[in-house]
Design a protein around this ligand. Structure first.
Ligand code: ATP
Ligand code: MG
Length: 176
């Protein structure tokens, strides 16, 4: 087990799902360095399936693309993984799953999403979305795994993770 396992920590009491009208979970992880972010990505990759939506939030440079790369590495992608900042979407055929990596930062109209093939991408596989607050349709929000990264130091990130109950096990006891 790589050292980075020890660097992901669930805050005490952070797994509560009370006060939430819809069944779900919410946890906070402290990511001490990029290795910890890579480990988080590997966990997500192991649980990812067609139809899943991962929404990655956080300020510029928070680490959304770094986490997306880690997820893709976990899915077996070993080539270059560019940021979709300018292309808006990058598609990957991984051994078990088709994955589309979107960046909505530059989206200006909802119609651009269908032009980019968001619905088709979801029908055929899973999607990662950076900057979901810039245009992710409401109908995707309830079922999405939502991750917000907040820089707390040069290499440290606070990850707030919430989503439907079925995702809870992906972050369970494996991240002490
Ligand atoms: N623990 C960490 N997790 C993720 N990235 C980290 C970490 N520590 C340092 N970094 C650095 O932070 C930067 C994150 O950049 P990244 O492109 O992933 O941000 P982003 O959130 O996608 O930004 P943007 O909104 O511009 O797309 C990288 O330079 C990365 O090396
Ligand atoms: Mg990015």
């Amino acid at each position: 087990m790589p050292d980075s396992h020890a660097q992901c920590r669930v805050e005490p009491g952070g797994s509560a799902s009370y006060n939430r009208p819809v069944a779900g979970f919410e946890i906070r992880l402290t990511l001490r360095d990029e290795a910890a972010t890579a480990e988080l990505g590997a966990r997500i990759a192991a649980a990812l399936a067609p139809g899943h939506v991962i929404a990655l939030s956080g300020e510029l440079g928070a680490g959304k693309t770094a986490l997306a790369r880690a997820i893709l590495r976990g899915l077996g992608v070993d080539g270059h993984v560019p940021s979709p900042t300018f292309t808006l979407v990058q598609a990957y055929e991984t051994p078990g799953l088709t994955l589309h990596h979107f960046d909505f930062y530059r989206i200006e109209r909802a119609s651009e999403l269908s032009e980019l093939g968001l619905d088709d991408a979801l029908e055929g596989g899973a999607v990662l979305i950076e900057w979901p607050e810039r245009g992710m349709p409401d109908y995707l929000t309830a079922d999405a795994l939502k991750i917000t990264l907040e820089p707390t130091g040069e290499t440290t990130r606070e990850a707030r993770i919430s989503g439907p109950e079925r995702w809870r096990d992906a972050f369970g006891g494996a991240m002490p």
